[in-house]
Design a protein around this ligand. Structure first.
Ligand SMILES: [Mg+2]
Length: 411
C-alpha cells in the first residue's frame, strides 16, 4: 500500500500485541517452544488467550477448558498470571513512549500513538511503524501488529488486518479498497446488533457503510453512526486520549460472606475495602474530598455516613479514620450485618490539588507511605502478600494469593 504519505492532517498509530498473554508465557518458558499454549481465566474455567497454532486448531477465546482439552489435548494449559503480563505491558509502553510523546493506554496490550509531526525522524509511516514493531520485538520479546492511518478507527482496523507481526498503512487512496475487504463487524463500535440493522438496509460491507448517505446512517444509528462513518472516510472525529477520564466515584464494597453481629469482622472488612480504595487512588494518582461509608443489615437495608474533607486525600489513615467514625455511629450491638463498603467522590488528579500562596501542594500526603510499600509487595508477590493487620479476619484476602510466600502483616 502507499507509503509516501507525509501530508496527512493527522496520523494515528494503533499498536496491538499478538496473542499477548500467551506470548508472555512463551517468553518466560522457552521450553514450550513449538507447543500450542492456552491461558486460562483466573478460576481456570475457560480459555482467555491462545497462541495462533491453538487458534488454527479451533480453540476459541471463552471456550470452556474441558472442551479445549478435548480438541487439543497436546496444548499446554496455564493459569493466567496478570501481574507478570502487567510487567511486560509496562515494558512495551516504555518503548511506545520513546516513539511518541502522546500515547493512549487503551488496554494492557493496545495503545494509540499520535504519530503526526514525527516523520522527520523516519522516512515514511511505513518506516515509523516497522521501526516501532521491530524495537518492541527486540527489546521486549513479544510481537505486535501496527496500523497507521488518518483516523483512530481506521488505524485500529488496520492493525488487525495483517496479524501477527505485521504493519498496515492506510493512506487516503487505500481506504476504499481496504473497506471492501473487511466486514461490518470489523468496525470498532459496530457489533452484531448494529450490523444487523445496517444489513436490513442492504448495507453489507464496511465500504457500503462508509458510502451510505449520512442522513440514512443518522436515522438508524444516530450520532455514533455519523461519527464512525466520518472516521471511515478519513475525517478524524475521535482524538487520542492521553489522560483517562476522571471517575465520578470509586467504590470498594462486598458482602461479608456471612451474616454477623461481630463488630470486629465488619471492621476488618471495612479496613480491607479502605486499603483497596486507597491503593487504587494511589495507583491512579487521584485524590478525593468526599467519602461515604456504609454497612448493610441482614435485611439488605444499608445505613451510611458522608464526609466532606477540606483537602482532597488518598491517605489510608485519613480515610480509615472516617470509616472508624462511621462504624462508631452506625453499628448497633446485637444487630446482624451482611456487607459494607466505602465510596470516594469529588475526585481530582493529584497534580491538580490546590496550591497555597507559596506554590506548595496543600495535602496531607506522606511520600513513600506504607501503602505504597504494600502495593509494591502485592504487585510483586500477588494480592494478599501484605495486608493490614486489622483486615486479617477477611478470609477472601488469602484466597487471592497465587503463590504461598510468607505473609507480611502491616499494623
Ligand atoms: Mg492483542
Amino acid at each position: 500500500m502507499t507509503t509516501t504519505t507525509h501530508a496527512w492532517p493527522k496520523v494515528f498509530c494503533h499498536v496491538d500485541a499478538d496473542c499477548f498473554f500467551a506470548s508472555c508465557e512463551r517468553l518466560r518458558r522457552p521450553e514450550l517452544k513449538g507447543y500450542p499454549i492456552c491461558v486460562l481465566s483466573s478460576n481456570d474455567a475457560c480459555v482467555v488467550a491462545k497462541t495462533y497454532d491453538a487458534k488454527a486448531r479451533g480453540i476459541k477465546t471463552g471456550m470452556p477448558v474441558w472442551e479445549a482439552r478435548d480438541i487439543l489435548p497436546q496444548a499446554v494449559y496455564l493459569s493466567a498470571d496478570f501481574a507478570f503480563y502487567g510487567t511486560i505491558s509496562e515494558h512495551m509502553f516504555m518503548v511506545f513512549r520513546r516513539f511518541s510523546p502522546y500515547v493512549e493506554h487503551y488496554s494492557i496490550d493496545e495503545a494509540f500513538l499520535d504519530a503526526g509531526g514525527l516523520m522527520t525522524l523516519h522516512d515514511s509511516h511505513q518506516a515509523f511503524a516497522d521501526d516501532l514493531r521491530q524495537t518492541v520485538q527486540r527489546e521486549v520479546g513479544v510481537t505486535v501488529s501496527v496500523g497507521v492511518s488518518m483516523t483512530r478507527t481506521l488505524a485500529k482496523m488496520a492493525s488487525e488486518f495483517n496479524k501477527p507481526n505485521g504493519t498496515t498503512i492506510l493512506a487516503r487512496d487505500d481506504i476504499a479498497a481496504f473497506l471492501d475487504r473487511v466486514e461490518l463487524t470489523d468496525i470498532p463500535g459496530i457489533a452484531q446488533n448494529r450490523a444487523n440493522t445496517l444489513q436490513g438496509l442492504g448495507i453489507t460491507t464496511a465500504r457500503a457503510f462508509a458510502e451510505a448517505p449520512e442522513a440514512l446512517v443518522r436515522s438508524v444509528l444516530g450520532k455514533i453512526g455519523v461519527e464512525l462513518r466520518l472516521e471511515l472516510n478519513g475525517e478524524s472525529v475521535y482524538p487520542i486520549e492521553t489522560e483517562s477520564p476522571l471517575p465520578k466515584s470509586v467504590v470498594r464494597s462486598a458482602s461479608l460472606g456471612e451474616v454477623t453481629a461481630d463488630r470486629d469482622i465488619v471492621h476488618a472488612h471495612l479496613t480491607h475495602h479502605v486499603t483497596r480504595l486507597a491503593c487504587e487512588l494511589l495507583a491512579k494518582k487521584l485524590v478525593a474530598s468526599k467519602f461515604a461509608v456504609f454497612i448493610r443489615h441482614k435485611s439488605f437495608d444499608a445505613v451510611g455516613m458522608e464526609f466532606r474533607l477540606k483537602r482532597p486525600t488518598d491517605n489510608f489513615f485519613a480515610i480509615m479514620s472516617l470509616a472508624d467514625q462511621a462504624l462508631e455511629k452506625l453499628f448497633r450491638p446485637g444487630e446482624r450485618y451482611r456487607g459494607c463498603g466505602i465510596v470516594a467522590m469529588d475526585i481530582i488528579r493529584e497534580q491538580e490539588q490546590p496550591h497555597d500562596l507559596f506554590g506548595e501542594v496543600v495535602a496531607d500526603r506522606r511520600k513513600g507511605s506504607i501503602l505504597q510499600v504494600m502495593s509494591e509487595i502485592n504487585r510483586k508477590y500477588g494480592n494478599g502478600a501484605a495486608v493490614m493487620l486489622a483486615a486479617l479476619p477477611v478470609r477472601r484476602i488469602r484466597r487471592e494469593l497465587r503463590f504461598r510466600y510468607p505473609m507480611l502483616y502491616v499494623d
